[in-house]
Write a protein that binds this ligand. Sequence first.
Ligand code: FSX
Ligand code: SF4
Ligand code: F3S
Length: 405
Amino acid sequence: MAKGMNSEYKKMIDKQYRDLMKHCQSHMEQVEKELPEPRENLHELLEKRGVSRRDFVKWTSAMTVALMLPPIFKPLVAKAAENFSRLPVVWLHFAECTGCSEAFLRASYPNVDDILLETISLEYHETLMAASGDQAEACLEKAIHDFEGKFICVIEGALPRGLNGQYLRIGPKGKTGIEIAKEVTSKAGAVICIGSCSAFGNIQSANPNPTDSVSISKALGISTVNIAGCPPNAVNFTGTLLHYLMFGGLPALDGLGRPIWAYGKRIHDYCERRPHYDASEFVEEWGDAGALKGWCLYKVGCKGPYTYANCGKVRFNDGISWPIMAGHGCIGCTEPDFWDTMAPLEKPLPDKSLGFTDATADKVGIALTAATAAGIAVHAAASVIRHRNDDRVNKPEDLQEEKHD
Ligand code: FSX
Ligand code: SF4
Ligand code: F3S
């Protein structure tokens, strides 16, 4: 009986994957018809930058797994990567440090993700484009006109609402950040917030927040995909764009608008120091014997148990290291309001300050892991383009309430 049920279940799963694959293939054919030819030949570029065919194949397998797809999708992931430079992107900067762009550009030994990001068809990016003033503004107007409904609007930075938005004026016409953001996002196919500033407000909105800075979703009342982190990891952005190219929709998101495939588990779950936490081996103060032995940083302020992100798995700086590996606890930079809620940075949180103890944090982790296991449903549900006013994503402020309850 149980055997019969298993084979029925397997048949059902196989069928769902076949349907998903058909959807993906037909969407990618559509992309090839509708969007301009790739600007770059990815394989030539990879070769030029010293990335071998074998590395690309390895990357394809890793990305397929990361996106929670079975191995049969590998050729489609590779195809989507080849089409990466077809996707028109308009990249806006508001109140931030540009560390997010920097983080994506500064790879000394670029991997496939870094090279893919270099190929994006950037129609407008204030920091990188040669044009300035009226010329730059004309580029922006042309891009949103030519690719209306098709381009991805990527946003770095929070929006100051104080003084009617006048803390931030940009360009020759002196438009406020809020005016520009409204204009551009209303014509975009999807809005992706890069970094915790645009996603949640970050340091700009920390107490006492004199400029009344808030996240994009709060300032404009729209839903956004939030690639959280200060700065975020390039891999999480690349994977999200690949998903968009493959399925015509954005991946399943958690209640804070973060892709579950990248933010579904806690830092604590991926941490190489976790065995020391479980064995109660803690660094008690900086530079002590425990620090030299690589013990757990919880007692010197690590917020890994409260923070959802894959930093330990994907790492930074060409995959070399990440904060905890470098010897500093996680400060919770992928969580909303972390400057206020995770402080003090060098001490553990009193158990009740986030409304849940470590035991309940574990339950949250388990619930999210269960959600990620439902991979097929995830992709199927996300196969419709997530439009601007889609209300399936909670606003960050709702989530704050939810999580802290
Ligand atoms: Fe914010 Fe990004 Fe931190 Fe900086 O632009 S997420 S302050 S790394 O640069 O927005
Ligand atoms: Fe790692 Fe921090 Fe968890 Fe310790 S508390 S295991 S250092 S994430
Ligand atoms: Fe941020 Fe913590 Fe990762 S501080 S970069 S979420 S390890």
